[in-house]
Write a protein that binds this ligand. Structure first.
Ligand SMILES: [Zn+2]
Length: 324
């Protein structure tokens, strides 16, 4: 049976957002709450309650299922959470727990993959079969779409673009590795550059954006100062764009995508960082691949909900033997 709605849940380190989504990508009803910190079962309870809340008044037969995006490394085939930095969910069978209580089909996936899924169905990747998504937020995530399908790798753990090595002697990455993209472009890395700049010559604008205390400077403060044309803040983010561009050169040479979509809070707030990355790709990629477009994501804060709902629709349709 062809269903009209899916529930998309976006579990983040600070908040859980949930929406009832139409097939065309319109969010009919949404609800959110802070992510509970009192253990894994409180997170599961919150997911179930939010999903019930957005489905109030809708027949369950009209709902394709529930998709859940988690900030975690997920074995997609087993639907198990292998590793989760910010929440105590590693090894917790979130899918079965939600499924047994909601009596609905549930599928979990990594939040970066789902951002790519959302952009593919409803955003910047619409109509493009081969594209790369990268999300610049607290962590740096990503997803690959190859020949119209998400590429997940042998166990579903693929797509971790943020953890590609770009400098053998680089700074430590929160994952435990060294010199990964995230160790340069995650919020903590940009904030650290901002704090350093705020204490030096020319750092006044960043200091002001941080509320007057260098220790309180966040990545967002650097972005705010850069959007007011502060040269020091712009320099920090242009350098981040340069690093991102160099990472993209590797991806473009390897995969020859048609499009790269840059999302996440930092990626969406900072157009010139993305433009700088595009310039690097245009001048340094191997010949024949330079027509790749590099654009900002279009779905903003809704990417996680929409991507999770798109996954739920897809899983439903493949169970039912329906084709898109
Ligand atoms: Zn890493």
């Amino acid at each position: 049976m062809r269903t009209s709605y899916a529930v998309g849940v976006d579990v983040g380190g600070t908040r859980i957002a949930c929406g009832l989504v139409e097939r065309k990508g319109r969010i009919i009803k949404d609800a959110k709450r802070p992510t509970p910190k009192s253990g894994p079962f409180s997170v599961v309870d919150a997911i179930i309650e939010l999903a019930e809340e957005v489905q109030a008044g809708v027949q369950s037969s009209e709902v394709a299922g529930v998709g859940i995006g988690l900030p975690a490394q997920i074995d997609f085939l087993k639907q198990s959470i292998e590793f989760c930095t910010n929440l105590p969910l590693a090894g917790v069978d979130v899918r079965s727990l939600v499924m047994s209580r909601s009596r609905q089909e549930v599928t979990i996936d990594n939040d970066g993959n789902l951002a790519a899924f959302g952009e593919s169905r409803y955003g910047a990747g619409l109509g493009t079969r081969d594209f790369v998504m990268i999300t610049l937020g607290t962590g740096v995530g990503g997803g690959l779409f190859i020949d119209g399908e998400p590429y997940r790798g042998s166990r579903g753990l693929g797509g971790e673009i943020g953890h590609m090595v770009i400098d053998l002697d680089g700074p430590p990455c929160p994952c435990g590795g060294t010199g990964h993209i995230e160790s340069y472009l995650g919020r903590p890395a940009i904030a650290a550059r901002g704090r350093e700049a705020a204490q030096g010559a020319g750092g006044e604008a960043i200091l002001r954006a941080g509320g007057g205390s260098a220790d309180a400077v966040t990545a967002e403060a650097v972005v705010i100062a850069s959007n007011m044309d502060d040269p020091v803040a712009r320099e920090i983010l242009l350098e981040a764009g340069e690093i991102l561009g160099r990472a993209f050169v590797g991806l473009v040479n390897l995969l020859n995508p048609k499009l790269i979509v840059v999302g996440g809070g930092i990626g969406e707030a900072c157009g010139f960082l993305v433009e700088r990355a595009a310039e690097v790709v245009a001048s340094e990629s191997l010949a024949g691949r330079r027509d790749v477009r590099i654009v900002q994501a279009e779905l903003g804060n809704d990417a996680g909900i929409l991507g999770a709902a798109a996954l739920a629709f897809d899983e439903h349709d493949s169970r039912e033997g329906l084709h898109r």
